[in-house]
Design a protein around this ligand. Sequence first.
Ligand SMILES: [Zn+2]
Length: 382
Amino acid sequence: MAPPVAQAASVQWVPTSGSWYLYIDGVRQYGWKKVDAYWYYLSPSTGLVLFGWQKIDGDWYYLIPDANSGRAAMGWMTIGGARFYFNPAGESGRMLMGWQKIDGYWYYFEPAGESGRMVTGWQKIGTTWFYLDGSGHQLFDWVWVNGYWYYLSRGPSGEWGGMLTGWQDLPDRGSYYRFYFAPGDAGWMLTGDQTVGGVRERFGAAGGPNEGHWLNYCTSTGQASRTFSVQYDVNSTWNAYFDTARARWNSAGVGANITYSSTAASHMVVDFTSVEDIMNANNGVLAYGVYEYNSKSGTFTIRVFTESLWHSLGTSTNPAWGSWAMGTATHELGHALRLIDNPTPTVLGTYNTSSLMSYDRNRSTLGSPTGYDQENVRRCFA
Ligand SMILES: [Zn+2]
């Protein structure tokens, strides 16, 4: 280390072992002194120039050693691999801590232990998570981090930036949608089929055009009300199956009141269309029933395809026959109650089996609305 080179004749830097004194007009100087545009700090007791980190009157300063000869750091400086900011306003040079807005960006300088290091990445400050990019700039709004979307809310101040969790209505490309962010410290946006608070929910698939948008489960081709009448007149066996389908919904606690009326405009019928024609009409899927909605009258016709049941079960003496037939009729009435097909997850192409509305349900054992279906009906009519 060497003392600065004095430019004015009245200024003298006088070396001593390991440091030096400053004389101006022959008088030894102490404390803060500005010489040739730089600030130095001279020990108040000895007058020796001090170096490195110094806490002076409650604030931290960095007095640059080596080639800079003890001048006080101003503005940004990297020290020991970390970034610091020494406030140049008013030539103070004091190290800043906490949130600081510098040249239009917010930064966070770790106040713990008076460290003052600029932080990057996720930071939990108080009870809230914030995110700062690799340059230390605080980010706002939608951010994509390690494969997930997060939302950093600007808040009422416009400059808050806290990570949101739970249900949120947020803008996405010019419109508002409802999203769900994992609770607690997680905060990532959910996509695809997920359970939220014990309820199955569907969100737009990852990477898709509606990624993360909460998707309504309810079909617009259901009935206007949960109270409606339906007519059928097949035979004692099928009439009993259809009676059972109505009863299963009426007792499901979803507010349904589906009555039989010989004069109702909506019908339930047994349909004898061939298996081949059923599959041709359904993209190769062997349907057991169908719900046909008449948008002009608001009424419906439910067809149960007895040929499909024959095809799958072989004989009407198969003990599964009644379960499949009643389950099919109950499923189709679910559409009248606004439920869609396959409302549950498609993990690796397999529909979740927890819903009466799922194509992949066990038709021998699942023929009544599950709690999940009940919840969906209540929601569709809420
Ligand atoms: Zn269906």
